[in-house]
Ligand binder design. Sequence first.
Ligand SMILES: Cc1cc2nc3c(=O)[nH]c(=O)nc-3n(C[C@H](O)[C@H](O)[C@H](O)COP(=O)(O)OP(=O)(O)OC[C@H]3O[C@@H](n4cnc5c(N)ncnc54)[C@H](O)[C@@H]3O)c2cc1C
Length: 415
Amino acid sequence: MSKVHVIGGGIIGLSSAWFLRKEGFDVMVIDRTDLADGASHGNAGMIVPSHFMPLASPGVVSQGIKWMFNSRSPFFVKPRLDIDLIQWLWKFYRSCSPENVNRSVSLLKDFNELSKDLYRDFASKEGFEFCFEENGLLMLFKSDQAAEEEEKIAERGKALGLEVEILDKEQVQKKEKNLKTEVVGGVFYAGDTHLYPNLFIKETVKHLKLNGVRFKTNSEVVDFNQNNGLIKEIRYENGESELVDQVVLATGSWSAKLLKKIGFKLLLQDGKGYSVTLAEPELKPAYPTILSEEKVAMTPMGNDLRIGGTLEISNFDPKVNRNRLKGIFENVAKYFPEIEPKTFKAQTVWHGFRPCTPDGLPYVGRLPTIKNLTLATGHAMMGMSLGPATGKLVAQIIGNKKTDLNLTIMNPDRF
Ligand SMILES: Cc1cc2nc3c(=O)[nH]c(=O)nc-3n(C[C@H](O)[C@H](O)[C@H](O)COP(=O)(O)OP(=O)(O)OC[C@H]3O[C@@H](n4cnc5c(N)ncnc54)[C@H](O)[C@@H]3O)c2cc1C
């Protein structure tokens, strides 16, 4: 049986391990942590065919510049003199074009739909419980400008075949039965779904172990031995090393750092975000909801409610920015006045780093220079959504099979 070492035990690594095992590979997942936390745990758990617009879209740069000067805004780039950041920003700026949107929308929609189907398969397995609910997503807005922008996206979603309802404020209130809303309108995406990420990760690890996947946790990979365009060995922080056949690199935001070791430059930045999870709150929205202008996500997960937001390109700064966090809570109250900011007092704040590419598309594919390394990262705000489909693609790549999606525009060597 061919061996595959999957480095990284977040949603992308675990999904890769799942589908590789299904194809009969001998799989080991390596992670430097004990898999109890990470970007794939505290995220908002939204599975979103509605998010077919790439992060790099027209208008994002000018909005981002305005946000940079507001300490409570949802976006920030921590200034630093770093050639990798400068190159990333330049490529991001260049990617915020109608051409980038046009080439990305169908792929992102199909990618999300494929993952949604795969989540459905997971949910149908006996003893695989992760609060998977297929009841749509509500996008809310308070300004006419946001209404105009979101309605344009909604029309594009309809053209792509999504089930979309554009709602006025009364229709929003009729749909949102649990809470009083203060908005000008909304868009309802009936085909979106959601889940409890922490449960999904826990269940996946449990089932992978039952299916014979081996785990090497608390083990950081720090380097590789390569020869003739192949990785021969991976090296660990404690000085040990291990021979390998095939390697999947799914180390999220940390992937660029590891790839540097084998001379491959990957443009990738960490997009820090926060979330808090209220256990069994009295008040919670009926649907997963996005507060459009503020980029805040609110997801009912089982009996709990998770609220998340902000994207700070921070160079892995673990500090919680209290001002920005305050901004999230104040913004919730602007849309749902019954959920007052004091509700969030004394809640534990989680943070995670989203792996962000300059054009808003992930990197999925073999490296051109290292034939036995498959890269799967860069899913930014959609790693949970695109996880299972990415895992399936990785197994198809390593098994030399035809892939379900066209990988050309996700080529790791495209910048
Ligand atoms: C606030 C917030 C809300 C979000 N909401 C959503 C959402 O609603 N829907 C959605 O689809 N996505 C969402 N996301 C994005 C999603 O969480 C990420 O895209 C996804 O978790 C990335 O998964 P990953 O497996 O690539 O990386 P990670 O989960 O970061 O996993 C990488 C793993 O690699 C390990 N690792 C790193 N370096 C090494 C090394 N050298 N050796 C060994 N192991 C290593 C790490 O320990 C880690 O476990 C959200 C993110 C945030 C921050």
